[in-house]
Design a protein around this ligand. Structure first.
Ligand SMILES: [Zn+2]
Length: 371
């Protein structure tokens, strides 16, 4: 893959492609590392008595995941912005057509230039798409509009949404965010705390379970007990595990320390190694809490809906923590009635997540911890 990082590079690739450039197309594709744009150039090549059309791949625009995290000023898909900018210059310079069927968000269902006669327009956003053949998806809209419709329906129907458990390490007023997961069992320390946590849940709309110093020292003992058993098995096993030779050399390894010993582990393909790695991480977290006199706090939701979650996010993130009732009603007009919005706001006030003063609706400390 040739990664194009400037218009000069693109320009060079167009010139090197040979023939007369007619269409420059930008299409999305994705792999495990994320979405990227690939650029094809359609050229006319003159032969002795005829003209031949050819399509040539000339490069890829890929910026990677990291850039999205920098700050809010970067558009969510800067690849698209770059492609649009360069495509415009290229079309002026060469008189070619710049074809970019999904210039707002990634979509791999858009037709290439040569198959655009097979496309329909998305009924919601008017983007050209090749209708999906999946029996589970609507055929008249694109996938991203399908997700938007589903999201709106979840809000409209107040579908239950209690996912999202947040773990903090806390001392006085200092909260260190340790992790977010959909369910408790996704945390490495989950097997050692599940019973205690379950017993302490009160079934309030927002449940906060605290694990104090004594709890944490008990957790530490339990983790060490399991780790002792696991490293005993590790020591008696062959290392690295019995994989084919050419595969063995490519497996990534890393080391962990436990009770003064070093253990070499492989990153993938071995469940026991993964467990040892996870437990050593969990132990580190617990040791840090013990040495710094921290406790753990775990936040749960009970009886939340997509509607509650959406309103909280709108107040907390979109409106920076403070807005008016009218603005929330406006945000969800067409999806929720005024009464539904008011009821949601009241419900969240009762849960301790919103504060209402006249027309003003504010997020609370709790909202920030819960989202
Ligand atoms: Zn659409």
């Amino acid at each position: 893959m040739i990664n194009i990082t400037s218009f000069e590079m693109l320009d060079n690739a167009i010139r090197l492609a040979g023939g007369k450039p007619v269409v420059l197309e930008a299409l999305w594709d994705g792999d495990t590392a994320g979405w990227y744009l690939y650029l094809n150039l359609h050229v006319k090549v003159k032969k002795l008595f005829s003209t031949k059309k050819e399509v040539k791949y000339i490069g890829t625009i890929r910026l990677g995941q990291d850039i999205r995290l920098f700050n809010g000023t970067v558009p969510p898909w800067p690849e698209a912005e770059l492609a649009k900018e360069w495509g415009k210059i290229a079309s002026e310079k060469y008189g070619l057509i710049f074809y970019f069927p999904s210039d707002k968000e990634p979509d791999s269902d858009c037709p290439g230039w040569d198959s655009r006669h097979l496309a329909i327009q998305c009924a919601d956003c008017a983007k050209m798409i090749i209708p999906t053949d999946s029996p589970y998806l609507p055929k008249d809209i694109c996938y991203s509009c399908h997700l938007k419709r589903e999201f709106r329906n979840n809000i409209k129907n107040a579908e239950p949404y209690d996912d999202g458990i947040i773990l903090y390490m806390v001392k006085d007023k200092a909260y260190h965010h340790l992790g977010y997961s959909s369910f408790l069992d996704e945390f490495a320390i989950a097997p050692f705390i599940a019973d205690t946590v379950q017993a302490r849940r009160k079934g309030k709309q927002v449940d906060i379970v605290t694990l104090n110093e004594l709890d944490i020292s008990i957790i530490k003992g339990k983790i060490e007990q399991v780790l002792d058993e696991k490293v005993a098995v590790y020591k008696s096993a062959e290392f690295p595990p019995n994989f084919p030779e050419n595969f063995k050399s490519r497996i990534k390894r890393y080391t962990v320390q436990y009770k003064g010993n070093t253990y070499e582990l492989i990153e993938q393909f071995d469940k026991e190694h993964a467990k040892i790695g996870g437990l050593v991480q969990a132990l580190k977290m617990v040791d840090k809490a013990i040495s710094g006199n921290y406790c753990f706090k775990i936040y749960f939701r009970n009886g939340f809906t997509y509607r509650d979650d959406a309103v909280l996010r709108f107040v907390n993130f979109v409106s920076n923590g403070s807005t008016s009732l009218a603005a929330i009603e406006q945000q969800y007009s067409g999806t929720l009635t005024k009464t539904e919005v008011q009821d949601t706001v009241k419900k969240m006030e009762k849960a301790g997540c919103l504060k209402i003063e006249g027309e003003i609706v504010q997020a609370t400390d709790l909202t920030g911890k819960l989202l």
